[in-house]
Design a protein around this ligand. Structure first.
Ligand code: ATP
Length: 427
């Protein structure tokens, strides 16, 4: 088997010139420092898939941080070093970013001898990666510019549409790869290779996913939510019993699928209204809808969910269904407001998950627009000074009444309404 292949023609065909020149330049900096430089991972994978990807991950056989600093000096860009991981990131002025990682080159035959370069260093680095499709490298140094390093049959798997781990202990080593497997499978419409699937199931049953921090699982889940068809990904997680390991009482049903689909259809529109919009929390509202207190508590701890999120979930538990009924019956906004108030993003998303028909959706969006834009011109001070009302609760109540009137009709005359209210009170 030939592990090397000149893919310069493909680079020239698929990669914009400006970008290609940067890659060549990085290669010559590698020459200057006398160290081998490779671009690896997603960039190489997507090159073969014909997908645009400007995420550059470099691997350096040598000191990655030294190399990054050299590049930063030559190109006058910012460098941030992460000593602990022997990595560095280069930040260009236009927001473009390059990550540099170190593949350790030295090994010692005897402790006293000078280090020798291990020719299979890049191979070892690639072997530690998640799947074969992500485990290719292209060399950038001038002499070998455009040489593909494919030790594990990556191209073949890519051509056949297969997600395959590099070794049997891969999922044990990093159980979040199970979630990643689903993400890539769904994104590219690939399939998880049979043996990999077996290993995945065994590792899952072995309880390894439970050993990973909630934070890391959450990160991978959030990446699935950013994919083009997240519901497909969630469905697959459920099929493989991964979802159940993450959220023990979440059962993906036809109804849940429908709710999630409804939700994802309206996120864009909701984001126009809410600057604070966390899709993960919105999805959790569906996942955790019917949880008992105990399980909810443990999930909350594991995934570091804010107290506020759980409080809102509890508060809304019994209100969601009535509010939906009210929306469907086109009950006036002021009456909905008395139950719902100004909902947070997750709550609005939760309600929309239950709404299938466009008219109801539009009615609810109109409600949201109203509650967030209607403002009173009248101030509490006017009530205090001009109308001699002293008790704050009373002022609050009157203002609330007028706000509700304005929700139903933004064009009311506030002063008139105020006089009506007060007149009515005085007899
Ligand atoms: P995307 O297109 O979603 O950015 P990506 O492949 O670039 O996909 P990243 O999460 O950015 O994914 O990771 C970059 C590279 O680092 C991957 O291609 C893979 O080789 C490696 N990698 C990332 N996470 C892991 C992991 N958990 N285990 C092993 N290798 C990983």
């Amino acid at each position: 088997v030939n592990f090397f292949e000149d893919v310069k023609p493909l680079l020239m065909k698929n990669i914009p010139n400006r970008f290609l020149n940067l890659l060549r330049l990085l290669g010559t900096y590698g020459d200057d420092c006398d160290i081998p430089i490779y671009v690896v991972g997603g960039f190489v994978r997507d090159l073969f898939l014909g997908i645009e990807n400007f995420d550059i991950d470099l691997v350096v056989e040598g000191n990655g941080m030294e190399f990054a600093k050299y590049v930063a000096k030559q190109l006058d860009v910012k460098v941030v070093e992460h000593e602990k991981f022997l990595t560095a990131s280069l930040f260009f002025k236009d927001g473009f970013r390059i990550d540099v990682a170190t593949a350790r080159t030295e090994y010692y035959d005897k402790p006293a001898e000078l280090p020798k370069v291990d020719i299979s260093t890049i191979k070892k680095d690639l072997y530690r990666r998640d799947f074969t499709i992500n485990a290719m490298a292209i060399k950038l140094n001038s002499k070998e510019f455009g040489m593909l390093y494919d030790f594990f049959g990556s191209r073949k798997d890519l051509e056949e549409g297969i997600i395959r781990v590099l070794h049997k202990l891969s999922f044990v080593e990093d159980p979040t790869r199970m979630v990643r497997a689903v993400r890539f499978e769904q994104r590219f419409d690939f399939r998880i290779e049979d043996e990999t699937l077996e290993i995945l199931k065994e590792t899952l049953e072995g309880g390894y996913l439970e050993r990973v921090t909630g934070q890391r699982i959450r990160q991978e889940l959030e990446k699935i939510l950013q994919e083009k068809d997240p519901v497909k990904g969630i469905k697959r997680l459920s099929e493989l019993n991964i979802l159940n390991r993450i959220f023990p009482k979440t059962y993906f049903t036809v109804l849940m699928e429908k709710k999630l689909k409804n939700m994802f259809l309206v996120f864009k529109r909701l984001k126009n209204i809410y600057s604070k919009n966390n899709i993960f929390y919105a999805v959790l509202r569906i996942f955790l809808e019917f949880y008992d207190v105990e399980t909810l508590k443990s999930v909350m701890q594991r995934y570091g969910l804010p107290k506020k999120f759980v409080e809102e979930l509890k508060k809304m538990e019994k209100r969601i269904i009535p509010v939906i009924e009210m929306i469907k019956m086109r009950i006036k906004f002021s009456d909905i407001y008395k139950i719902l108030g100004k909902p947070v993003f997750e709550t609005a998303a939760h309600i929309l998950a239950y709404l299938d028909d466009e008219d109801s959706k539009n009615y609810f969006f109109e409600y949201l627009e109203r509650v967030f834009t209607v403002k009173l011109n009248l101030s509490g001070n006017v009530l205090k000074e001009k109308f001699k009302i002293k008790s704050s609760p009373e002022i609050g109540k009157i203002m609330g009444e007028i706000f509700c009137m304005k929700l139903d009709n933004p064009y009311i005359n506030e002063m008139e309404k105020l006089k009506e209210i007060l007149g009515g009170r005085n007899g």
